[in-house]
Design a protein around this ligand. Structure first.
Ligand code: NCD
Length: 316
């Protein structure tokens, strides 16, 4: 439970957003502010903060933003990045995951891991002496995405508490959705509404975690109705790679979409977020709208990960 969790960051593993208190998040966001746009001069002055440190990235699943924003964050702070290129490493010769992790651990100061299997990051943290950061494992946890999502909300809406949140899309297999919902249990959100095709509703185990922390969510099938009162709309793509049945995937493909008409029906100061990559659920015709926050959200990945690396490595 939150009460037993520590607030500090030094030397910590980052496995689930449930491992963190509101105080930890606030420490991170204060540090992120220093590295964000507008405080660039200060960030530049501190660019050797991680000189001599080695950040290892090991991505067993595709990634653009998470991998590159971690690498960019490390580079901006003067650290070196070593990347386990999974296709050309000795994994291809049959080396085990645990031996691979042991090598990463001996060559680096922190390991950033993405893996298709749930529990992979926790397993890695048990093997490695150095901190392990979960950059997404399975369909439940992607804690650093939840952190940059919260930072985006704070930056663009000024607060997290009291806002109405609407989650749209594949809520069953999107780990960014469950991770952000878990992180929101540390706050006092207003109404939390879930809109998805019935087959893509929140997993019962995710819902029971929310219930355990006293967070109520409601389902609303009618997207026209659900967009009206939202302050933050969080859209996700259909997680093709995690849908077990391709016949089912074909049925669900294109089953939800945030249209221009729906965007017009939202509050004037509503923001639309998306972890990206997008497919057809978020048409590019929405990009010019001031409500479209997803590109700025992706950009915040760098300052938040700069803060995260510096706090964990004990230099912030
Ligand atoms: C997400 C992920 O990997 O879960 N991507 C990301 O990190 N921004 C979302 C997705 O793949 O849909």
């Amino acid at each position: 439970m939150a009460g037993k969790l520590k607030n500090g960051w030094k030397g910590r593993d980052v496995i689930s957003s449930l491992d963190f208190t509101r105080e930890s998040f606030e420490l991170l966001f204060n540090a992120s502010e220093e590295f964000a746009e507008g405080a660039r001069a200060r960030a530049r002055a501190r660019s050797d903060l991680l000189r001599g440190k080695v950040v290892a990235t090991a991505f067993f699943e595709p990634s653009t933003r998470t991998r590159l924003s971690f690498s960019s964050a490390a580079a901006k702070l003067g650290a070196s990045v070593i990347d386990l290129s999974t296709e050309v490493s000795s994994l291809a010769k049959g080396e085990s995951f645990s031996d691979t992790l042991a090598m990463l651990d001996s060559y680096s100061d922190i390991i950033v891991l993405r893996h298709p299997s749930e529990g992979a990051a926790l397993y890695a943290s048990e093997i490695c002496k150095h901190p392990v950061v979960n950059a997404g494992d399975g369909s439940q946890h992607h804690p650093t995405q939840a952190m940059l999502d919260l930072f985006t909300i704070l930056r663009l809406k000024g607060r997290v508490d009291g806002l109405n949140y609407l989650f749209v899309g594949d809520l069953r297999y999107s780990r960014t959705v469950s991770s952000l919902l878990f992180a929101l249990t540390r706050y006092k959100p207003g109404r939390v509404t879930l809109t998805s095709p019935p087959a893509l509703g929140l997993k019962p185990e995710t819902r029971s975690v929310l219930v355990r922390y006293g967070m109520s969510v409601r389902e609303e099938q009618n997207i026209e109705r659900s967009v009206e009162s939202a302050d933050v709309i969080y859209v996700t793509r259909l997680q093709k790679e995690r849908i077990p049945d391709q016949v089912e995937y074909q049925k669900l493909k294109g089953s939800y979409r945030l249209t221009e008409g729906l965007l017009e029906a939202t509050k004037a100061d509503c923001i639309v977020m998306h972890p990206l990559p997008r497919t057809e659920e978020l048409p590019t015709s929405l990009d010019a709208s001031p409500k479209a926050a997803y590109m700025r959200q992706a950009g915040f990945g760098v300052p938040v990960r700069m803060a995260l690396l510096s706090l964990i490595l004990g230099v912030a």
